[in-house]
Design a protein around this ligand. Structure first.
Ligand SMILES: [Zn+2]
Ligand SMILES: [Zn+2]
Length: 275
């Protein structure tokens, strides 16, 4: 019966099935492609790895983009024309974007409350929330339009946007980002190498990893295969998993940095909280 044979190793008897597609899998596949105590076949596992790589690439790109933005900001800070551009165009514009995001949150909150109150039949409650929504919708953009134009020069004169303060801050942020980017690059390489390793190993059933990883071998420059040779399969997989967690954490740091740099008010409040 064909169904009882492993979908990858056609001569091996299946001992279980893939959680995702239901394909039969053998013991070896079960040991090799298990994730979070769930069994997957080779094909679904490889697809999941490819997906994780794409996700990690996106995260890494965000860090690069933020670094470029900071470098440009630093450059603008060095001339008076650049500072004028920053203070009267770029910073206010970023603030408008930042407050738009907040506005969407407010709308979502109000709409949610409204729906809830409709369910409860509380007409008065929904009326109050709609009134609130109109007030917020009507005035927030107006305030947002004027405030940054007044506040940015003020902050430049007395606060955190003074070139001396801001330049040090930018340098620190760039340094931190460089560390993150270097880290992400190493992790991403390891993930791509794992993908290559998966495909190579399957394409040759009688492979010898020592041969493949020695000089001239197909996986000589493959960091994942080398990691297996040096520290064993379990440790290589663990390192891969740790990398995934780390790249997600780095992405979160960068995401917060972007929000901070979009909103000059957020910058001042978080600085005030830190001191
Ligand atoms: Zn599957
Ligand atoms: Zn198998």
């Amino acid at each position: 019966m064909a169904r009882s044979m492993c979908c990858l190793h056609k001569k091996e008897k299946a001992v279980g099935s893939c959680k995702k597609c239901g394909n039969p899998i053998c013991q070896e596949c079960m040991d090799e492609y298990q994730e979070n105590e769930k069994n997957y076949c080779y094909y679904c596992h490889t697809k999941m790895v490819a997906k994780e790589i794409k996700k990690a690439e996106k995260t890494a790109k965000k860090s690069e983009r933020l670094k470029k933005r900071l470098e440009r900001e630093k450059e603008l800070y060095s001339t008076s024309g650049g500072r004028f551009k920053l203070f009267f165009f770029i910073y206010p514009f970023r603030y408008y974007i930042g407050s738009l995001v907040n506005l969407v949150k407010v709308i979502g909150y109000v709409a949610g409350k409204h729906l809830l109150s409709m369910g409860c039949g509380g007409g008065m409650v929904s009326l109050i929330f709609f009134t609130l929504a109109i007030i917020l919708l009507g005035y927030t953009p107006l305030i947002a339009l004027i405030v940054p134009l007044v506040l940015v020069p003020f902050k430049w004169l007395f606060g955190s946007l003074r070139p001396k303060v801001r330049n040090v801050e930018i340098d620190m942020e760039i340094e931190e980002l460089e560390g993150i980017i270097e880290n992400d690059t190493t992790i991403l390489q390891n993930m791509r190498d794992y993908y290559e390793y998966l495909q190579t190993v399957v394409s040759m059933p009688d492979f010898d990893l020592t041969d493949l990883t020695s000089e001239g071998g197909k996986l000589f420059e493959n960091t994942f295969a080398q990691s297996i040779i040096q520290n064993g399969s379990q440790s290589a997989h663990e390192k891969l998993r740790e990398g995934l967690v780390e790249i997600a954490a780095n992405g979160e740091i960068v995401r917060k940095r972007v929000i901070k740099s979009d909103n000059i008010f957020a910058r001042s409040t978080s600085a005030a909280q830190a001191t």
